[in-house]
Design a protein around this ligand. Structure first.
Ligand code: KIV
Ligand code: NA
Length: 264
């Protein structure tokens, strides 16, 4: 899987699957299930390290988990989060991107909007495609004052569209929308030529992502509205983890997931 595969899927009106992954065993199972794209998410702060937010995650953590995943999966396009504060300056963004790309990532994911345009364009000029994560951006949880749906008012929706426009013009390869109204996500998908991945953003996106632990029903707190457990899903034919990945992949391809019950 490459960026051009994703662009072709979008052009053909087809969807692609994405799951977070942090280690080799699950990365190998995702290869068997033909998961299209893998995200080494800084959600590893929560699901692997037991932190209460993504803020404590370091570049060294991202490098370690990216290496573990990349060794075990040769099929998926691999995206890696740049952690908290690593795009505060251009120099930091370049150093962090070098580290995770050399660890095996194909695309770096950064949280923000129009203010990232310069960084996006410099990274592109240095051979680093970017995925820009908009909407609910968990690294800014202390600015938002909690994990809440974004883009609900007309003004917020207009700002989101302008942010997408600015980063796409700067050369962003992928957009990722978290917790935005399904109607707004559809508008983003229809307006911009790059693939749009959604989480809690409705079914009208080019790709869907979930945190692996969530979709396996492994959680300690009440899961978010957009989460579905595919381990116990009726379409999990083998009732095991690889079966859950296959059922998720098929549900995304068939657009039977997410349903309105998983959307805002
Ligand atoms: O860190 C992560 O897992 C993410 C996804 C929820 C998109 O950023
Ligand atoms: Na993340």
């Amino acid at each position: 899987m490459t960026l051009s595969t994703l662009n072709k899927l979008k052009a053909n009106g087809e969807t692609f699957s994405c799951l977070t992954c942090y280690d080799a065993s699950f990365a190998a199972a995702m290869q068997v299930a033909a998961i299209d794209t893998i995200l080494i998410g800084d959600s590893l702060g929560m699901v692997v390290q037991g932190q209460t937010s993504t803020l404590p995650v370091t570049i060294a953590d991202m490098v370690y988990h990216t290496q573990n995943v990349a060794r075990a999966n040769s099929h998926a396009l691999i995206l890696c989060d740049l952690p908290f504060m690593s795009v505060a300056t251009l120099e930091r963004a370049l150093d962090a991107s070098q580290a995770v790309m050399q660890a095996g990532a194909h695309v770096v994911k950064i949280e923000g909007g129009a203010e990232l345009a310069k960084i996006v364009s410099v990274l592109a000029n240095n051979g680093v495609p970017t995925c820009v994560h908009l909407g609910l951006t968990p690294q800014s949880v202390n600015v938002f004052g909690g994990y809440k749906v974004q883009g609900k008012t007309d003004a917020q929706a207009e700002k989101l569209m302008a942010d997408c426009q600015a980063v796409v013009e700067a050369g962003a390869a992928i957009l990722l929308l978290e917790c935005v109204p399904a109607e707004l996500a559809k508008k983003v998908r229809d307006t911009f030529p790059v693939p749009v991945i959604g989480i809690g953003a409705g079914v009208e996106c080019d790709g869907q992502v979930l945190v692996m632990h969530d979709m396996l029903g492994v959680y300690t707190r009440k899961p978010a509205k957009f989460v579905k457990d595919f381990l116990t899903d009726e379409h999990n034919e083998t009732k095991d983890i690889t079966g859950a990945f296959k059922a998720y992949h098929k549900a995304v391809k068939d657009r039977t997931f997410p349903t309105p019950a998983h959307s805002f």
